[in-house]
Design a protein. Sequence first.
Length: 296
Amino acid sequence: MKAITSVFLALALAFCLAPGQAANADKLKIVTTTTDIKDLVMSVGGRHVQVESIAAPSQDPHSIELKPFQIDRLKKADLVIRIGLDHEPWLSRIKMTKQVLDASVGVPLLQAETPRLRVERRAHSHAFGNPHYWLDPENAKPITASIVEALGKLDPAHKAEYEKNRMDFIGKLDARLKAWKEALAPYRGTKVVVMHDSWPYFAARFGLSIVAAAEPTPGVPPSPSELAKLFERMRQHNVRFLIADPSSNPTLVKQVAEKGLAKEIILLPSVGAGPEATDYISLFEVNVQRLLKAVK
């Protein structure tokens, strides 16, 4: 009797677990290098994808030290999607056996044709164009088009669903983009200084004019002479606002804001960088509202 009961329990447990396990096994395993690309993949792939980001939103994606389990997931993924350009130099050190999608393909890049010069006239470290292109919401269109194409090749049976998911997402994004542009229209031409050169796409889309970037090299504090030139330039151009990231050096931010006579604005560079930025669209909702609150 006990043996029969055990058999029935085992069968019942198998029936309970099998559907979930099967559903999980059927999902495409996608690894992205950032949370922004992760959210766009989830918007397109929906119920057919299982997505993981290598970089946390608080990490510098340029210099990640990969853990063994992350390397293992990269190698076992059905698809790896990267920002591209020179945003993830660490990825080139891994021998990939599966498909890698460069999300920058098809995106109109800024600062790609000439060296990107700072206040002190030194070229920026990114040689192939500014890689922070996801911070223009219009660029979600070519990015998601590439994602649809890649997922469709891996899973042709659901390509039509991926295309529909994309169009639904783009419809929501377009509606919010229209509202964001209308809200910021009165402030077009507002001059700003940025701590790090992450914001040219955002600035171009919403009409800000970036006068200078404070850091001559990402993560490297400017020298006293470089700061003196920055403050002089801010005064010459009557710059009133300083855009910083949550990870910016707070002491340096305070110094630049006070001596440059500018108001500090903390904008979020990635999905998840703040508790309100839970997805790609809400990332822009947060940043537009923060910008409006400051400039008003």
